[in-house]
Design a protein around this ligand. Structure first.
Ligand SMILES: [Zn+2]
Length: 369
C-alpha cells in the first residue's frame, strides 16, 4: 500500500505552514479535532506551556513519536499533523494501521523553544543531550510517556541544516535517517537492526520520489541523546532529519516527503513486513556530507580584490525570528578556495549575467569588499 501524492493534498493540514510553528497552533488543531482524537496533557514546559499528546488506534504494535524536541525544527510537526489527518479520514489503509497499531504522537515536545524559535528549551538546555540527567521538565515528560506507554518503536523527529549533502554528490540531503547506536562500538543488536530495516523501507520509497536525496546521519554513540538512550533500552528507534529541498526554505516539500516516510514505516510495521527489508541495505545509503552553502559565489576575486584567482565566497543564512516569521539573514561563512563545495544557489562572477544578478541581491553589499 502506498499513499498517492494526490491523496496527500487532500489531507494536508492547512493551518500550519512555513518554519515558525508554535504550540498555539497545535492546541487549535486539537480543539478543531477534539471529537475524533484522544488527547492528553502529558506535562508542562519550563514556562508552563502544556505539552500535548495525541493517541490513535487500538492495535498491539505501539509506536511513539515526538517532534520539535528542538524548538526550531518544525517540519516534522507539520508532517505529523498531516499524518493524524490521514489516519482520521478512516480510509481502508488508515483503518488497517489503526487496527494493527496504537500510535502516541507528541507534536511539540519543546513548546518554549518553538515559541522563541530556538533549538534549546527555556533553560537553554538541549533536550537531546539530557536523556540521562533528565534535568528538564520536558525530558521527564518524554521519559514518563516512554515508561508508561512502553512503545515497540520510537520515531525521533527533527530538522537538519541546509549544509548537508548526500555523500560527496551535489545532491542536498532532503531527508536523512539514523538507526542510533546503543554502544560505543556501534554494534548491531536485534533492536538496531530493526531500525535499519525500517529505514531501508523508507529509503526505497523516497528514492522513487527524490532519487539521490536521502542521507545517513552520523552514528557516533552518545548516551545523552534520546534516540541512543531508547535504543539502549531495546526499543527500535529511528532518527528522522528533514533537510533542504531546492528553493524550499519553508520546507513544505520536505514536509511531504517526511509524511510519506512516516506512513511507509508505520505501514511496514502494521503489515508485519519488516523482515522483507535487508538490514545491510542501510549501509548503502550514503552518509551526510557538509558540502553546501546557501549561496556559493565563484571567482569572487572579481568583486573582492583581496581574494586569489579562482577563490569563492560561501554564504550561509542565519534563521532569525522577526514579526512572527522566520527571516533568512545572510552571513559570510567562508572565503578562499572552496573546491568541492556546492551552493543551493551559485553565481560565477566570470559570467556577466550571474554578476548582474548577484549585484541585485540583498547580500551583495555584504560580499563585495
Ligand atoms: Zn534536532
Amino acid at each position: 500500500m502506498s499513499i498517492s501524492q494526490v491523496e496527500y493534498y487532500s489531507i494536508k493540514e492547512k493551518s500550519v505552514s512555513g518554519r515558525y510553528v508554535v504550540n498555539g497552533q497545535v492546541l487549535d488543531f486539537i480543539e478543531e479535532n477534539r471529537d475524533s482524537l484522544s488527547i492528553k496533557t502529558i506535562g508542562k514546559s519550563v514556562q508552563g506551556r502544556e505539552i500535548k499528546s495525541i493517541q490513535l488506534g487500538s492495535g498491539s504494535q505501539k509506536i511513539l513519536m515526538w517532534s520539535q524536541m528542538h524548538g526550531n525544527e518544525s517540519t516534522t510537526t507539520k508532517a505529523v499533523l498531516d499524518f493524524v489527518n490521514f489516519l482520521n479520514k478512516e480510509s481502508s489503509s488508515a483503518l488497517q494501521i489503526l487496527n494493527s497499531c496504537t500510535l502516541l504522537i507528541i507534536p511539540i515536545l519543546n513548546p518554549d523553544g518553538a515559541e522563541a524559535y530556538t533549538r534549546i528549551n527555556a533553560n537553554e538546555i538541549d533536550l537531546n543531550r539530557d536523556a540521562q540527567n533528565r534535568s528538564q521538565p520536558e525530558s521527564v515528560v518524554l521519559r514518563d510517556v516512554f515508561d508508561s506507554f512502553q512503545p515497540d518503536y520510537c520515531f525521533n523527529l527533527h530538522d537538519q541544516r541546509t549544509i548537508f549533502n548526500v555523500g560527496r554528490t551535489p545532491m542536498p540531503a532532503t531527508v536523512s535517517f539514523l538507526a542510533p547506536a546503543h554502544d560505543a562500538e556501534r554494534s548491531i543488536s536485534k533492536t538496531r537492526g530493526v531500525s535499519m530495516q525500517l529505514i531501508v523501507a523508507m529509503n526505497n520509497l523516497l528514492q522513487e520520489m527524490i532519487p539521490g536525496q536521502v542521507g545517513r546521519y552520523d552514528d557516533a554513540f552518545n548516551a545523552n541523546c534520546v534516540g541512543d538512550s531508547f535504543q539502549m533500552l531495546n526499543v527500535p528507534t529511528i532518527l528522522f532529519e528533514s533537510g533542504h529541498y531546492p528553493e524550499d526554505y519553508e520546507r513544505e516539500r520536505t514536509r511531504e516527503y517526511i509524511f510519506h516516510a512516516i506512513c511507509k514505516a508505520v505501514v511496514t510495521i502494521a503489515e508485519n513486513n519488516i523482515d522483507t527489508f535487508e538490514q545491510d541495505n542501510y549501509f548503502e545509503i550514503p552518509e551526510n556530507g557538509k558540502l553546501f552553502f546557501d549561496v556559493l559565489i565563484k571567482n569572487a576575486q572579481i568583486i573582492d580584490l583581496e581574494l586569489t584567482n579562482g577563490d569563492s565566497i560561501g554564504v550561509l543564512y542565519t534563521e532569525v525570528l522577526k514579526d512572527n516569521k522566520v527571516a533568512f539573514e545572510p552571513r559570510i561563512e567562508k572565503k578562499g578556495s572552496l573546491e568541492g563545495y556546492y551552493g543551493h544557489k551559485t553565481y560565477n562572477c566570470l559570467n556577466e549575467d550571474d554578476l548582474k544578478e548577484l549585484r541585485q541581491q540583498s547580500f551583495y553589499q555584504l560580499v563585495k569588499a
